[in-house]
Design a protein around this ligand. Structure first.
Ligand code: PMP
Length: 408
């Protein structure tokens, strides 16, 4: 137990962590890719399927009513979680990727024209690059990229210089998945709004590590995925300010998003339903609601202190491994360590670590331009969540010494 946070108690909530892998205790250090699920989330979803399941919004019978209440109840939980002003500002989507595509298509098609510019950063995940590239190709617009420094922090001086009268939107990650860098989002929003430019924030890596307040950030859009915040995969959220969402055309057409349809003319529902065509992941929303209940019941300060301790411990121990070079040492970081080992391919590191029960990610982390920036094809990434312990870090370090024994 450290700083009032009882990690052993938390670990009991995550049944998957109890197993051994290749005969070794599992050290799960890949939560940035997807986090594990606590029992309350698993139970909320099976309970929903066992007793309340039906399609939503359409039925006149009891189960449809209950399912609709559960789905809309989850929307309200997300609203509170992000401190959004209204539940209609919360659009359920498949995940961060779909949220960004929705904005790039529905908002971008109307607002971006030939010669306009979209401003992103060098540390974006592919899902905050490619949707904008597609839009730029379609509109003959330009993607402008703000550089990062050698530690992996955003060059704010350069960022500001990249605005022009043609800048139509800024899309920036709150936290880098590959390096853990936390961006000064409030400041970015202020700079953009001074110029009348809206801001989309990719919050996929931020929501699992602390409270996010979209009204304090004053961002126009905020996207995150359920599966990274201890909820199920297949469900995620796009927050958008009501004033902007209301003026956006639909993203996809289909059932649920219309008021009336004829072959001559279709009238759309208001927000958020206009953006939720088709049957959504109903149980996924219920699971996400349970995940939000789970994390908000924990002491956020104590969780942050625990994760900080893990990061400090990992940084200290890893820096003693021969030939290890950290990639990403920005002063503002969450508990992610990315590194390369001299003379060993990250995939080989990952494979040997797996034999020791240590699950890490090895690759480009869907951030190839960022890897290019550092002149490497890939890194090994260990990412920590609230259920990790110093023993997990020590298993990682011991595993790396084994890698050194194999490769010299
Ligand atoms: N942005 C960031 C920063 C991410 O880490 C991820 C997931 N790795 C995504 C976007 C995409 O999330 P999803 O695959 O859940 O849509």
């Amino acid at each position: 137990m450290s700083g009032g946070f009882d990690v052993e108690r938390v670990r009991k909530d995550f049944p998957i962590l109890r197993q051994r892998i290749h005969g070794k205790p599992l050290a799960f250090l890949d939560s940035a890719a997807s986090a594990q699920k606590p029992t309350p989330v698993i139970e909320a979803m099976s309970r929903f399927y066992e007793s309340d399941y039906a399609n939503i919004h359409r039925g006149v019978y009891e189960l449809a009513e209950r399912a609709t209440l559960a789905f809309e109840g989850a929307r309200e939980k997300v609203r509170r979680f992000l401190n959004a002003g209204e539940a209609r500002e919360i659009v359920f989507v498949r995940g961060t990727t779909e949220a960004i595509n929705l904005v790039a298509q529905a908002w971008g098609r109307e607002h971006v024209a030939t010669g306009d510019e979209i401003l992103i950063t060098h540390m974006e995940h592919h899902s905050n690059i490619v949707p904008w590239q597609l839009l730029c190709q379609e509109k003959r617009a330009e993607l402008r990229v703000a550089p990062v420094d050698d530690r992996g922090a955003l060059r704010m001086d350069q960022f500001e210089k990249l605005f022009s009268p043609r800048t139509k939107i800024v899309a920036v990650t709150h936290v880098s998945n590959a390096l853990g860098t936390v961006n000064p989002v409030r400041e970015i929003v202020r700079l953009a709004h001074e110029r009348g430019v809206p801001v989309l924030v990719d919050g996929a890596q931020a929501v699992p590590h602390g409270r996010v307040d979209v009204r304090a950030l004053d961002c126009d859009f905020y996207a995150f995925s359920g599966h990274k915040v201890f909820g199920p995969s297949g469900i995620g959220v796009l927050y958008g300010k009501a004033g902007i969402l209301e003026r956006m055309p639909p993203y996809q057409g289909g059932g649920e998003m219309i008021l009336s349809v004829s072959f001559e003319e279709t009238a759309y529902k208001g927000i958020p339903y206009r953006f939720e065509a088709g049957t959504p992941d109903i149980a996924g929303a219920v699971g996400l609601g349970a995940a939000i209940d789970y994390v908000t019941a924990l002491d956020a300060g104590a969780v942050a202190a625990h994760e900080r301790e893990l990061l400090d411990h990992a940084t200290d121990r890893l820096s003693k491994v021969a030939g290890l070079r950290f990639i990403g040492t920005a002063p503002q970081r969450i508990a992610v360590v990315s590194f390369v080992l001299d003379g060993v391919h990250p995939h080989d590191v990952g494979t040997i670590l797996d034999r020791e029960g240590v699950a890490v990610r090895a690759g480009h982390h869907c951030a190839q331009p960022l890897m290019d920036r550092f002149g490497i094809p890939a890194t090994v990434r260990a990412s920590f969540a609230l259920y990790n312990t110093k023993a997990d870090v020590d298993a990682l370090v011991a595993g790396l010494h084994k890698v050194r024994e194999v490769f010299g």
